[in-house]
Design a binder for this molecule. Structure first.
Ligand code: 13P
Length: 334
């Protein structure tokens, strides 16, 4: 009975969210996917896709994952071309670790409100005023900001990185205030927090989540650490998007409430078809899309491989400086 109610509710949620998707028949989508795969072969390319990408992109990617997993994949590929289906800072990270490769992003305007919240000029000034500080930068920042950091972290390893930060130096965590707060709560370390936030995760509220929980009693709530504290307090598990896959796979429950961007639900449903995943609503919608993530379409992915553009380009000096804190993360978190 509960499973039926979940399915009905889940169906309504999906219908709401699909209204914003472009109309295309399944045959047209398959044709476009075939074109992308043919071009991928011709270009000796690899397709990396974040868990928030559209289903038709996730389904043809060589690797779908979180920021940490994608960083590892980018650092060990032998392909000549990386088609990075995610937001701009993610494709930039792939370029930082692969300067000799062509890194493409389907839509160069796929930005990130969180990355935009940290201005490198302001950070440089802060660093000058706090010369002994150790700067932990969440990977959701620009290459210029990464170049000013001591170490990078992702939501998958933030706690580990903060735990291992020097004990004798003040620590600045940027740009996500909520992830920083969560890392403080988990580690007991004192952090100075940059006041940035992800507009998509900010849209989840404790009120809407409590209402949903009443409809799915017993379903574990799985939330991303970029959510605000009152939402995090309601969660049974807080983790990165890859952590969500692992948690839901290993947990005995058949129904889960997922508090993150709704692209995640496609991967969960595809890989765990026996389970039910209910998207957490916002005040405005039954689920939650990041408009930037969804700027990448299958047509733009095809065009990028055909024209080898838009290509991610980086200043050589910034790239070299940004590589060091990424390497420290990859070594420390391995
Ligand atoms: P992860 O996929 O690394 O958890 O991060 C997602 C993200 O960028 C949320 O805004």
């Amino acid at each position: 009975m509960q499973a039926l109610a979940s399915l009905v509710n889940h169906g309504a949620a999906v219908a709401d969210c699909l209204q914003v998707r472009p109309g295309r028949t399944p045959e047209e989508t398959s044709l476009l996917q075939r074109e992308v795969l043919d071009l991928k072969k011709a270009r000796n390319a690899i397709i990396l896709a974040h868990n928030y990408q559209l289903p038709e992109i996730q389904d043809i990617a060589d690797f779908v994952g979180d920021s940490l997993g994608l960083s590892y994949q980018a650092s060990k590929t032998n392909a000549d071309v990386i088609l990075f289906c995610g937001v701009h800072f993610m494709a930039e990270t792939a370029k930082i670790v692969n300067p000799e490769k062509t890194v493409l992003i389907p839509d160069a305007n796929a930005g990130c409100s969180l990355a935009d919240s940290c201005d490198p000029v302001a950070l440089r000034r802060w660093r000058e005023e706090h010369p002994d500080a150790y700067v932990v930068a969440y990977i959701n920042c620009t290459a210029e900001v990464k170049a000013l950091a001591d170490i990078i972290c992702t939501s998958g390893n933030a706690v580990k990185i903060v735990e291992r930060a020097p004990k004798d130096r003040p620590i600045l965590f940027l740009p996500d205030e909520n992830l920083g707060q969560w890392a403080m709560e988990k580690t007991g370390r004192k952090l100075d927090l940059w006041r940035g936030a992800c507009h998509t995760h900010l849209a989840f509220t404790a009120e809407t989540l409590m209402r949903l929980r009443q409809q799915h009693p017993g379903a574990p709530i799985v939330a991303h650490p970029e959510c605000i504290r009152s939402v995090r307090l309601l969660a049974d598990h807080i983790c990165s998007t890859e952590g969500m896959m692992k948690f839901c796979k290993e947990h005995a429950s058949d129904t889960f409430i997922i508090v993150t961007e709704q692209g995640m639900l496609h991967r969960l449903r595809r890989e765990l078809p026996g389970k039910i995943f209910v998207p957490a609503p916002t005040r405005a919608c039954a689920c939650n899309d990041c408009g930037f993530m969804k700027m990448n379409t299958i047509e733009k992915a095809r065009d990028a491989l055909e024209t080898l553009s838009p290509e991610v380009q980086l200043d050589a000096e910034i790239r070299r400086s940004a590589l060091l804190p990424i390497r420290r993360m990859l070594e420390l978190a391995a």
